[in-house]
Write a protein that binds this ligand. Structure first.
Ligand SMILES: Cc1cc2nc3c(=O)[nH]c(=O)nc-3n(C[C@H](O)[C@H](O)[C@H](O)COP(=O)(O)OP(=O)(O)OC[C@H]3O[C@@H](n4cnc5c(N)ncnc54)[C@H](O)[C@@H]3O)c2cc1C
Length: 312
């Protein structure tokens, strides 16, 4: 029989790590399951400057997440690296099953977050890892001295475009509208950066190349005109980074929990429709998906899990 935990947390992003911190401090027997490195999406960010109290020069998502994970471990939270493929949420004991076996707990906090939404162009899969990327921190350095294109117009797209100017010769932001959605302060930095150019009212419709990405076809959404962008002969390749939103990681729960556009519905105490099951962070229906709101959700979920256990 597998060990029975008080709280089981699915996901080691900011929501899961904060839930772990609070559950651990409450001396609940807590297990956190994460399929990759700690940090979730924020580990993809090269620059974090809007987490309160965080004023370290050069703070990256990885460094911030690393400290969160250390703080969580300090309070005795156990951690397993595993990808969960099955979940049974009903009843007094919740069950998750991954490649490493089954995990049981009296409560579960779902903090499985989201993953980058594909750009939506032809041949996207073929060129992922061969010119197309969704993580500037991970892959930016491969494009040193080359031309790079960024699809998107929100905070992440513009922040990551700014980061990519450290490596790329030129960074062009391709945005489907004629104005950015990013916060004004981020926009100002982008407009002032001589290495950044903009392609407005446009979307990438096709990626091409032999072995690596060397051409993009871009469509003007207002006129329908198609333009082909080719890497110069000397460069031989170009980069395309996608920051066009996210897809919630909720496939496991589709049949068990009410969802809205794929996101889990909760009340403001992070309770889902099933007693003892809580959801926190980007995975749930909410208006702002950021580290600060994910951390806040994680804290609330852990406190509510503790109350639920006390009432049982
Ligand atoms: C490029 C980029 C830049 C960003 N910049 C900022 C910023 O500057 N400031 C800011 O506040 N926010 C930023 N964000 C948003 C922020 O990263 C997210 O809001 C935050 O990470 C959400 O945390 P979370 O814990 O809810 O989910 P996530 O960070 O998505 O973490 C979920 C975790 O669950 C794990 N998981 C999912 N399914 C399973 C499974 N089946 N089995 C095991 N593990 C699983 C995943 O591996 C992941 O680690 C950025 C996001 C991106 C993509």
């Amino acid at each position: 029989m597998s060990e029975l935990y008080d709280v089981m947390i699915l996901g080691g992003g900011p929501a899961g790590l904060t839930a772990g911190l609070y559950a651990g401090r409450s001396r609940l027997k807590t297990l956190l399951i994460e399929k990759g490195a700690p940090g979730g999406q924020i580990a993809l960010s090269a620059d974090v400057e809007n987490y309160p109290g965080q004023l370290l020069e050069g703070e990256t998502g990885v460094s911030l997440a690393g400290r969160m994970a250390e703080q969580c471990a300090r309070f005795g939270v156990e951690r397993r690296t595993d990808e969960i493929r099955q979940a049974e949420l009903k009843g007094g004991v919740k069950r998750l099953v991954g490649g490493g076996g089954e995990y049981l707990a009296r409560t579960i906090i779902i903090a499985s977050g989201a993953s980058p939404r594909p750009i939506g162009c032809e041949n996207e899969k073929e060129f992922t890892g061969r010119g197309i990327s969704y993580c500037a921190t991970c892959d930016g350095a491969f494009f040193r001295g080359l031309e790079v294109y960024v699809a998107g117009g929100g905070d992440s797209a513009v922040e990551e475009a700014l980061f990519l100017t450290r490596f790329a010769r030129k960074v062009t932001i391709i945005h489907r509208r004629d104005a950015l959605r990013a916060a004004k302060s981020i926009q100002e930095r982008a407009f002032a950066n001589p290495k950044i150019a903009f392609l407005w009212d446009s979307v990438v419709v096709r990626a091409d190349g032999d072995d690596v990405l060397s051409a993009l076809t871009v469509k003007n959404v207002k006129t329908g005109a198609l333009t082909e962008i080719r890497a110069s002969r000397e460069d031989g390749m170009l980069g395309l980074f996608g920051f066009v939103g996210h897809l919630p990681s909720t496939e496991l729960f589709r049949e068990q929990l009410p969802l809205e556009n794929g996101y889990i519905l909760t009340d403001e105490d992070m309770r889902t429709a099933i007693p003892g099951v809580f959801a926190a962070g980007d995975v749930r229906v909410k208006s702002l998906r950021q580290v600060v709101t994910a951390a806040a959700d994680g804290a609330i979920a852990a406190v509510q899990a503790e109350r639920y256990l006390a009432e049982q």
